[in-house]
Design a protein around this ligand. Structure first.
Ligand code: C5P
Length: 240
């Protein structure tokens, strides 16, 4: 896979016009764009259609988490919009994930498209061990819980997980070489960390076993986003 197809650019923007500007600058230097809660809540399905109309792929990072019937319905709606990747919370459990996987498969077949890559969110990286134990009430170590949920996602028929750079290796070992691992918290050498704390360079994250890298501000806040994306791709070329 060429390095540009391994980069997913996070479009954390407040409105459709800002998203359009970035996609026009970045496509085709970047193949996939992440639409998260901010952009989707502001612009709705138009955010996804805008990217698809320009030829880009879409990762709908909406972290679905509800009863199985509701998550299945939302999954079908996202498939009809043409998303290429979407995610649900592993905390929703096996029946919710199985319902999402079945809905993705069935709806994709019905509209004649390949099924989207369906991945799970495990432990949010904003939760540390202390918060997991005392606030959420989960007694396990963070990494143990991450791996437990990654296995559950795989056993429920999902394709992979979103995982921070430091979790990649344990998940890869537990879930095998085909499991998709999508990794945010990536910063090119020397870049501004923003609010990210535990970061890795793109090359290091790929070496750890990441399948895709989610990169936002190092590209979107650069004076020339396309040049920033191409520089990151060159940094990645050496190792894939
Ligand atoms: O700008 P930056 O590269 O930090 O953007 C990273 C993207 O990945 C953001 O959209 C952020 O919400 C998302 N993300 C993250 N850490 C996680 C999960 C998602 O940074 N654990």
């Amino acid at each position: 896979m060429p390095s540009r197809d391994k980069i997913i650019v996070a479009l954390d923007v407040p409105d459709l016009a800002a998203g359009e500007k970035l996609v026009d600058q970045l496509f085709p230097y970047v193949g996939m764009f992440k639409v998260g809660l901010e952009f989707y809540t502001a612009a709705g399905p138009a955010a996804i259609r805008m990217i698809k109309e320009r030829g880009g792929k879409v990762f709908a990072d909406l972290k679905l988490h509800d009863i199985p019937n509701t998550v299945a319905g939302a999954t079908r709606a996202l498939v009809r919009l043409g998303v290429d990747m979407l995610n649900v919370h592993a905390a929703g459990g096996r029946s919710m994930m199985e319902a999402a996987a079945a809905a993705a498969r069935e709806e994709a077949a019905a509209v004649g498209r390949p099924a989207p890559v369906l991945i799970a969110v495990t432990v949010l990286t904003s939760l540390d061990g202390e918060a997991l134990r005392h606030e959420v009430g989960i007694e396990r170590e963070v990494e143990e819980q991450v791996v437990r949920w990654a296995r559950l996602a795989r056993d429920s028929g999902l394709d992979g997980v979103v995982a921070s750079p430091r979790e990649i290796r344990a998940i890869r070992e537990a879930c095998g070489p085909e499991f998709v691992i999508v990794t945010p918290g990536v910063r090119p050498a020397g870049a501004d960390l923003g609010d990210q704390r535990r970061v890795m360079t793109p090359a290091a994250a790929l070496q750890e076993g990441a399948s895709y890298l989610v990169i936002g501000r190092p590209i979107t806040a650069a004076p020339d986003p396309a040049a920033a994306a191409r520089a990151i791709e060159r940094e990645m070329e050496g190792i894939i």
